[in-house]
Design a protein around this ligand. Structure first.
Ligand code: ZN
Length: 202
């Protein structure tokens, strides 16, 4: 199983971090040891600036390569929301040196995953709304129609390089509103009006 992530996929988030709008999807990966489901998140020692990034996550349901955009939706069977935890200080240091991001983004428990919703039960597939609350206050709101690269385009792009396999996950990027967490914070992710995850920072 592979976990793909897309960076800078919302214009408003790219701008808040002073990143350019990409001319192709920005792709990175996390290992399976990154998945955190139904458990609390423990702040690791190596960062003093741990950011949440709430994102729509899609699940791949069959194997494929060179997948045409018009058939891409057949490769997805479920959706949820999750968090791409990012050690922003570590990432900034890596970016400055032109080094890979793994130690800032692919560490243990960095990929919060909500419960799965069957994609056939989602009414507006091209405009899926999601949001995250921190301590009861809405801090991020997203809509899949605002993604620079749609899930179909992402699948098409990824499959030029990687064989997509049943069970692979795709984190599709975060909208604006990212910020640091501290011990005691409670993070709750919603797809439309339904709660998908609840994580406490410890
Ligand atoms: Zn992200």
């Amino acid at each position: 199983m592979k976990i793909f992530c897309v960076g800078r996929n919302y214009v408003d988030h790219a701008k808040e971090l002073n990143n350019p709008i990409p001319d192709a999807p920005v792709i990175f990966m996390k290992p399976t040891t990154a998945i955190l489901k139904g458990k609390d998140f423990y702040l690791p020692d190596f960062s003093k600036d741990m950011h949440y990034e709430c994102e729509l996550v899609y699940r791949i349901c069959k194997n494929g390569k060179y997948i045409d955009e018009q058939f891409a939706s057949k490769y997805v069977d479920a959706v949820t929301v999750g968090i791409d935890f990012t050690a922003r200080d570590v990432q900034q240091n890596q970016k400055t040196k032109g080094l890979p991001w793994e130690i800032a983004k692919a560490f243990d428990n960095s990929a919060v995953l909500g419960k799965w919703v069957d994609i056939s039960n989602v009414s507006h597939k091209s405009s899926i709304k999601f949001m995250m609350q921190k301590n009861g206050e809405t801090v991020q709101q997203g809509d899949s129609s605002l993604m620079i690269y749609s899930i179909k385009k992402i699948i098409n792009y990824l499959s030029q390089f990687f064989t997509l396999q049943q069970g692979d996950l795709i984190y599709t990027g975060t909208p604006a509103g990212v910020s640091a967490v501290k011990i005691g914070d409670k993070l709750e992710g919603y797809l439309e009006s339904e709660k998908m995850f609840e994580v406490e920072v410890k």
